[in-house]
Ligand binder design. Sequence first.
Ligand SMILES: Nc1ncnc2c1ncn2[C@@H]1O[C@H](COP(=O)(O)OP(=O)(O)OP(=O)(O)O)[C@@H](O)[C@H]1O
Ligand SMILES: [Mg+2]
Length: 331
Amino acid sequence: MEVDQNVRLSSGIPGLDEVLNGGFISGRAYLVRGGPGTGKTTMGMHYLLDGVAKNEPVLFITLVESEARHRENAKLKGTDITGIEFLDLCPDSEFFSQMQSYDIFASAEVEQGPTTQKIVETVERVKPKRVFLDSMTQFRYLTTDNVQFRKQTASFLSFLVEKGATVLFTSESMDATADDDLQFMSDGVIHLDYNTMERLVSVTKFRGSSFRDGHHSAQLTAHGMEVFPRILPATRSKQFVSESITSGIPDLDELLHGGLERGTVTIISGPSGVGKTTLGLQFMKEAAGRGERSVVYSFEESEGARSSIGPNRLGFRSARWPNAGPFRWSP
Ligand SMILES: Nc1ncnc2c1ncn2[C@@H]1O[C@H](COP(=O)(O)OP(=O)(O)OP(=O)(O)O)[C@@H](O)[C@H]1O
Ligand SMILES: [Mg+2]
C-alpha cells in the first residue's frame, strides 16, 4: 500500500503529536521502547482509542497483559475500550499452551503455525487501520536465532502495513543496544524513560519527517499519559514594548534607573533571610496593581504560607495581588 506522507494519524496524546509534527505517518511501523512501567502500554492505548473515536477499526495484539486484564484496568479507570478489537496471545492463554512451533510470524514461507494463522485471520477479518502490538520482546524470547527473529519481525511488520495498518509496537528495553535491530527496522523510535525525578519522552528517529528533538517531560495519571513538548524559545517569541518595570519602591526604582527592563532576566542573589523573595514579590504585587499578569514559580514556600504573611510583611495596600492572573506557587 502506498504511503501518503500527508496523512498523519494522531497518537491520541496532543503533546506527542506536537513532538511528531502532527502525528504518525500513515502506513508505517513505529517502535515505543522503555523500561518497566514507563507507559508503553498506556501510549498504545491512547493511539488505539484515538482511532476508535474516529470510527476506525483498530487491533490490539497483546502478549504481556491479557485482554481480561486490560478490560479490568479500563473499568477501574472508567475508560471505554469496547471499540478495541483484541488478539490475546498472552503465554498463559489456551492458544499459546497449544503452540507446537516457534515459527510464529507471518513470513511468506511459514504461514502454517497456529499463531501465524490466528494473526493472519484476525487482521483479515478486522482490517485494522491501527495496530498496537505489546510487546515484540515476547516474540524475541520465542526464537533462539537472532537472524530468524529479525527476518520474521520485518516480514510481520510489512504484512501488517500491506494490509493497510499503521503499526505501533513496544519493546521492553532500558539498554540502548539491546533492541537496536528493532530500532533499525522501524520507521520511528519513541523512547520512554522514568527515573525517580521525572518521566521523559524522546524521539530519535522519524523517517520522512522532522520532529522536535530533546527530552520532553511526561506525566502518567489515572487519565493516561500527557506529554509536554520541550519549549523552544525561537518558536515562542512575542512582541513586547521595551520599557522599565517599576518596583513601586521609589528609592529602589531610582537605583535601577527606573526599574527592571522588560524582556530581560534578573537574578536576585543573597544569603538566607535577606529578603530575596520579598523583593521579587514586590515587583509582582506592583504589576498586579497595574492589572498585569505575573507568574510565580515557588519551589520552597507554599502559596498559603506566603500569601498569608506576604501582605503584612510587605505592607501591601492592596489585598488583590494574589488573585491577579495565574498565580502559582507550586510547579
Ligand atoms: N491510576 C493511575 N494513576 C497514576 N498513575 C498510574 C495509574 N495507572 C497507571 N499509572 C502509571 O502508569 C504506569 C504503568 O503504565 P504502563 O502499564 O503503560 O507501563 P508499561 O511501560 O507498559 O509497563 P510494563 O513494562 O510493565 O508493561 C504505572 O507504573 C503508574 O506509574
Ligand atoms: Mg506494558
